[in-house]
Design a protein around this ligand. Sequence first.
Ligand code: FAD
Ligand code: NAP
Length: 443
Amino acid sequence: MTKVAIIGTGPCGLSMLRAFEQAEKKGEKIPEVICFEKQDDWGGLWNYSWRTGSDQYGDPVPNSMYRYLWSNGPKECLEFADYSFDEHFGKPIPSFPPREVLYDYIIGRVSKGNIKDKIKFNTRVTNVVYNSDKFEVSYQDKANDKISKDSFDYVVVSTGHFSVPFIPEYKGMDSFPGRIMHSHDFRDAEEFRDKNVIVLGSSYSAEDIALQCNKYGAKSVTIGYRHNPMGFKWPKGMKEVYYLDRLEGKKAIFKDKTEQEADVIILCTGYLHHFPFLEENLNLKTGNRLYPPKLYKGVVWQNNHKLMYLGMQDQFHTFNMFDCQAWYVRDVIMGKIQIPNDSEIEKDINKWVSLEEKLENPDQMIDFQTEYTKELHEMSDYPKIDFELIRKHFKEWEHHKVEDISTYRNKAFSSPVTGSVAPVHHTPWASAMDDSMKTFLNK
Ligand SMILES: Cc1cc2nc3c(=O)[nH]c(=O)nc-3n(C[C@H](O)[C@H](O)[C@H](O)COP(=O)(O)OP(=O)(O)OC[C@H]3O[C@@H](n4cnc5c(N)ncnc54)[C@H](O)[C@@H]3O)c2cc1C
Ligand SMILES: NC(=O)c1ccc[n+]([C@@H]2O[C@H](COP(=O)([O-])OP(=O)(O)OC[C@H]3O[C@@H](n4cnc5c(N)ncnc54)[C@H](OP(=O)(O)O)[C@@H]3O)[C@@H](O)[C@H]2O)c1
C-alpha cells in the first residue's frame, strides 16, 4: 500500500489530511497516511503560544503570532469551500476576526472525523533522505528523546515558512541600551506602552506590529523602510522614514537624517524558508515570493515528483489556496493526475516564474495568485467557490487600506461560498482592545 508522510499540522498539513478524508468519504481507497507534528497540538501558527525561544525540549518554537492579532485580510478571501463560516458559527460573523476565532474555524473543520488519529504529536521530523524509490524519514519523539525511522513512498512538506526569523545587523546594535527583537518573538503590544518603538521593515508584520504598538499606547512609533515605504496615512504618533543607518546610544539615526530616541527596535524583517531535515537535493531554497522556482504547479518538487511542498508561496490567498494545492497533490499521489515529462514541467514552471517577475503592483499580484489558484482548483474536485469574488474582495481591501489603515478592518464583505454578507463588527478595530472570541461573537 502506498504510504504518505505529512510533516506539520498547520493549515497546510490539515488541508492535506482533509483532502484524503474527503476522498475516503466518497468511497475511494486512500493511501496509508502518517502525519508528524512537533508541537503538542495542531493549528500551526494559529495555535498561539506564549513561548519564545525554545520549548521545554530545547526545540525552537515555531510560533510567530501574538496577542491582539486580527486577520489582516477579509476572512471571506480564505474561506474553505467545503466548510463555510456560516456553517461553523451558525450565523454570519464580521469580516476581520481575531486569531482565536480563525483558529476555532480551522480546527472545527477537522475535529469531526478521525483525522487526529493520523497525527503523531510532539514528534519532530529530523531527517529525510531518498534511497531506492523510498523516503527514509527519521523522527524524534520529543518527550522521550527517542529517534525512530520509517519508510514512505511520498513526503508532503507542510512546515510553513514564517517561523525562522531573518535577523539583519545594523551598526550600533551591540551597544544599544534598549531591547532588540524580531517580530517572531513579539507577543504583546502592552509591553511597549509609553515606549519609543522603532519598527524595521515595510511589509505586513511591520504594518501590523507598528499599528498594534500605537493602539496599545506606545509613546512614538517610527517605521524604517529599506526599499519602498508602505505609504499609508499613519495615525497620530506614527511616522515612516527611510532606512536605518545606525544606532548611537539610544538614538536611531536614519539615512534621511531623521533622528529618533528609541527604547526598543522590532525587526520585522521577514523569515527564512528553512528545512534542516531535508537532504540537499530535496531542499527548496527560495526567498518569500509568489512563485518559488522548482515547484511544478507550485507544489511538486521538480527533481523528485514524490516530494510535495504546500504553502511555500508568499501569500495573498491562504486557506482555500492551500486546499486547492492539497486536493491536487492528493490526486497526483492517488494517480488521478499524471505529471507530464520534464520539458513540459520546465516550461510550465518558467511560464509562471517569468509572469511573476513582471508583476509591478498589488493588483497584479492578486491577479497572478488568483489565476494560479483557479488553475489548480479546476484540476480537482475541490468544491465550488467563487474565486472571481475573492479577487474583487482582495482589490477592494487593498484600496480600503490605502484610504485609511486604521479603519480597513471595520469593513464587511460577502461570502464566496454561501453568498451571505458579513455584519459590521460591533466595535471599530481601533478601539476594540479585547480580542477574545467571546467578546468578538457575543456582543
Ligand atoms: C504573524 C503572522 C500573522 C499571519 N496572519 C495571517 C492572517 O491574518 N491571515 C492569513 O490568511 N494568514 C496569515 N498568516 C500566514 C500564515 O502563514 C498562514 O495562515 C498559515 O499559518 C500557513 O500554514 P502552514 O501550514 O503553511 O504553516 P504553519 O502554520 O507555520 O504550520 C507549520 C507546522 O509545521 C510544524 N513543523 C515545523 N517543522 C516541523 C518538523 N521538523 N517536524 C514536525 N512538525 C514540524 C510546526 O510545528 C507547525 O505546526 C500569518 C503569518 C504570520 C507569521
Ligand atoms: N494578521 C496579521 O495582521 C499579520 C501580521 C503580521 C504578519 N502577517 C503575515 O505574516 C507573513 C510574513 O510577513 P512579514 O512582514 O513578517 O514578512 P515579509 O512579508 O516577507 O516581509 C519582510 C520585510 O522585511 C524587510 N527587510 C528585510 N531585510 C531588511 C533589512 N535588512 N532592513 C530593513 N528591512 C528589511 C523587507 O523589506 P524590502 O521590501 O525592502 O526587502 C520586507 O518589507 C505574511 O504572510 C503576513 O500576511 C499577518
